[in-house]
Design a binder for this molecule. Structure first.
Ligand SMILES: *Cc1c(COP(=O)(O)O)cnc(C)c1O
Length: 428
């Protein structure tokens, strides 16, 4: 496969955009090589500037649950555009999508729309702090909640009691209010809470982790978080930016039957346009401006094009009763096929899967948290990534990412993918 035009475009982009990209993971730094410039996409396929076709397992990092250029979304956006692209005034459309979201997600009364998952999570934290009148939060190593300061925290030296900034520009003052815990380790959470009694506003968690590969919660983990929050007047924030409207219509709250206090959305909820949202019960949401004192705003929040795309997406998900099952069946088929292909070639691996999320780790240990995810063999991953790419299969350019299965994938696409894994595995 040739990437001449992508290479030229990347050179040009680097002159005027830092690293040539508007979001770092796109730059292929973790795997080496030149990023591929997308030109168009339809269904399960993305086409690059050189005319290559790829079966796409990134799907814009999640939003394209129903495939690229999904017709109802495309039509809705085109129609809306003709009526004006932004007003800075409330619209009927915002209420319509809010009503639909509230009807699909358990345990929420009100929802506020923003422009990204980052905004949703940072606003959720502010709301939790304002509501509980406490400052500290607990987050889990390896969970990603966007790029706002409070979340860019690394483990401190020695005992992991409080975090240190893991990006220049994040102040010590901010970092000291973020406590870092180990995913799937409820005892670790309990000891952090014990050591910071009365100071913690909230625990924020990806209820199914998707940003260190896919890591489902172990039995009792989410239940344990719920109990710890209840016992200590802390709010439980589910960051469902990745899992919302994907693992079930009502996200992980519905899937696992556990109530969060605040839920964050992004990705699927916008149908591929820049949308995020956070939601809760009345008693919490009523603390938000203009009803309450916690400030949050956005010039383009609830943008009509974005809301039209999101509404078309959510309607399609809600009305398609077989969707979640189909997605799970396809993902399971892929899992079995990949496992067989790797086993045949004696490639050490461990595969995690839930619903339409799956990740392949080149490790012989179960992957349960960030530490075990980091033990995967990155050199093997790099070879795997480039091997797959050369066979027209586009997976995320990092070993710490989930593959997103879209309903647009046919079993023929899956078979093609499995056949590619079998070929690539011979060289690993
Ligand atoms: C993608 C993601 C975010 C950040 O969303 P952006 O729209 O990129 O700001 C936050 N949390 C989770 C779980 C995500 O997967």
């Amino acid at each position: 496969m040739l990437y001449q035009r992508s290479s030229a475009l990347f050179k040009e982009a680097q002159q005027v955009i830092p690293g040539g990209v508007n979001s770092p993971v796109r730059a292929f730094k973790a795997v080496g090589g030149t990023p591929i410039f997308a030109k168009s996409a339809k269904g399960a396929y993305v086409y690059d500037e050189d005319g290559n076709r790829f079966i796409d397992y990134i799907n814009s990092w999640g939003p394209m649950l129903l495939g690229h250029a999904f017709q109802p979304v495309v039509d809705a956006v085109i129609e809306k555009t003709k009526e004006g692209t932004s007003f800075g005034m409330p619209t009927a459309l915002e209420t319509e999508i809010a009503e639909l979201a509230v009807s699909m997600v358990p345990n929420i009364d009100k929802i506020r729309f923003v422009n990204s998952g980052t905004e949703a999570c940072m606003s959720a934290i502010r709301l939790a702090r304002g509501y509980t009148k406490k400052d500290k939060i607990i987050k889990f190593a390896g969970c990603y909640h966007g790029h706002s300061d409070s979340f860019l925290i690394a483990a401190g030296s020695g005992a992991v009691t409080f975090g240190t900034p893991n990006s220049p520009g994040v102040t010590q003052g901010t970092a000291k209010d973020t406590l870092l815990a180990t995913y799937n380790d409820i005892e670790n959470v309990k000891s952090l809470v014990e050591a910071n009694k009365g100071e913690i506003a909230a625990i924020i968690v990806e209820p199914v982790a998707g940003n260190m590969g896919c890591i489902p919660p172990v039995e009792g983990f989410l239940e344990g978080l719920r109990a710890v929050c209840d016992a200590n007047d802390m709010l439980l924030i589910f960051d469902e930016v990745m899992t919302g409207f994907r693992l079930a219509n009502g996200g992980v709250q519905e899937l696992k039957g556990i109530n969060a206090d605040i839920v964050c959305f992004g990705k699927v909820v916008g149908g591929g346009l820049p949308v995020g949202a956070f939601a809760s019960r009345n008693e919490v949401m009523n603390h938000l401006a203009p009803l309450g004192p916690v400030y949050q705003a956005g010039t383009l929040s609830g943008n009509p094009l974005a809301m039209a795309a999101g509404l078309a997406m959510l309607k399609a998900i809600k009305t398609d009763k077989g969707l979640m099952n189909r997605l799970e069946e396809k993902t399971k088929y892929l899992h079995n096929g990949i496992a067989e292909a790797l086993n045949k070639n004696n490639v050490t691996h461990s595969i995690n899967r839930i619903g339409s999320m799956i990740s392949v780790h080149f490790s012989d240990e179960p992957v349960l948290d960030f530490e075990s995810a980091a033990k995967g063999n990155n050199e093997t991953f790099k070879k795997f990534f480039h091997g797959m790419l050369s066979k027209g299969i586009y997976i995320a350019p990092s070993a710490f990412e989930t593959w997103f299965i879209t309903d647009a994938l046919t079993y023929q696409d899956l078979n093609e993918t499995i056949a590619a894994v079998e070929e690539v595995a011979k060289e690993l």
